[in-house]
Design a protein around this ligand. Structure first.
Ligand SMILES: [Zn+2]
Length: 284
């Protein structure tokens, strides 16, 4: 009897133990499996994200490299322009290397650029770019001033005494009484008053003209010419090279004129311009 009882107790113990094991351990093994599966899925996702990040970083690095290359070209252009305008390139420090130092890498060589480093590089590059554009703008202004003087604009008044009537434009023609375009300005001065070349150039006309009377026409290059009409006397001839301010004729009343005066014209590409615009440019 005692043996049977012992066996019963052992059996019940075994069943209980098995049940305990089934209840306690089975869910544990499921959660482990799940954990492993979840972990691998997470790792997958992480790898994908990392690959994506890597790819974008590579793209950004490539872009950064291209920007640096562009800056390098800007520097070369700037240095060349500085040389052309007679400026010292070091004044503009176009040769200066980026703040971070080291030579430019047109294509980023390091594959593993950190986001922080990239950010830093972008910030410094942006500073450099705005600095360069400021300098290039300053150079452009200089170049424009330079080319203006090179164009030999008629900025010197052809008459230094008396007064002139800035009557460029539409007016009643003194001969016909009809509205007509007056293509220059008139200087009301005495006969014999010296007429000066408004800018340097080559005399292309120095003769009598039925309308303009004795007239000098000077070619200043860049499609700009000046005309000095109704002179009493011409002091130059075709082909002569005249300096700015050189006396070229004397005031008179020849041709289609009602009295002693100088009729002064400035033409650009054959079209009459208001000479006052050019003369004022010199004054300012
Ligand atoms: Zn006139």
């Amino acid at each position: 009897m005692a043996v049977v009882t012992l066996l019963m107790v052992l059996f019940v113990g075994c069943v209980l133990t098995a049940q305990y094991v089934i209840v306690r351990l089975q869910p544990g093994s499921i959660s482990n499996e799940l954990r492993t599966w979840l972990a691998s899925a997470q790792e997958d996702e992480q790898q994908k994200q990392q690959a994506y990040l890597h790819e974008s970083m590579d793209t950004m690095a490539k872009r950064l490299g291209q920007m640096q290359a562009r800056l390098l070209r800007l520097d070369t252009l700037g240095a060349r322009l500085a040389k052309m305008t007679g400026m010292k390139p070091q004044e503009f420090s176009f040769d200066q290397l980026p703040a971070q130092g080291g030579p430019y890498n047109p294509v980023a060589q390091q594959a593993d650029v950190t986001l922080d480093a990239m950010d830093q590089q972008l910030a410094s590059l942006s500073t450099l770019l705005s600095d360069r554009s400021d300098k290039l703008l300053a150079l452009e202004t200089l170049l424009m001033q330079d080319s203006l003087s090179k164009r030999m604009l008629p900025s010197v008044a052809p008459i230094t005494e008396g007064w002139y009537s800035s009557n460029f434009g539409w007016r009643i023609d003194p001969f016909t009484g009809k509205n007509a375009m007056h293509e220059g300005v008139d200087y009301m001065v005495q006969a014999g008053t010296p007429i000066y070349a408004s800018a340097g150039g080559v005399v292309v006309y120095a003769d009598y003209h039925s309308q303009y009377g004795n007239m000098v026409e000077i070619d200043h290059g860049n499609d700009i010419i000046t005309r000095y009409a109704h002179a009493s006397k011409l002091l130059t001839k075709v082909g002569a090279v005249v300096r700015r301010g050189q006396e070229i004729a004397k005031v008179g009343s020849t041709g289609r004129s009602t009295g002693n005066h100088l009729h002064f014209e400035v033409r650009y590409k054959g079209l009459a311009q208001n000479p006052v615009r050019f003369l004022q440019k010199a004054a300012s």
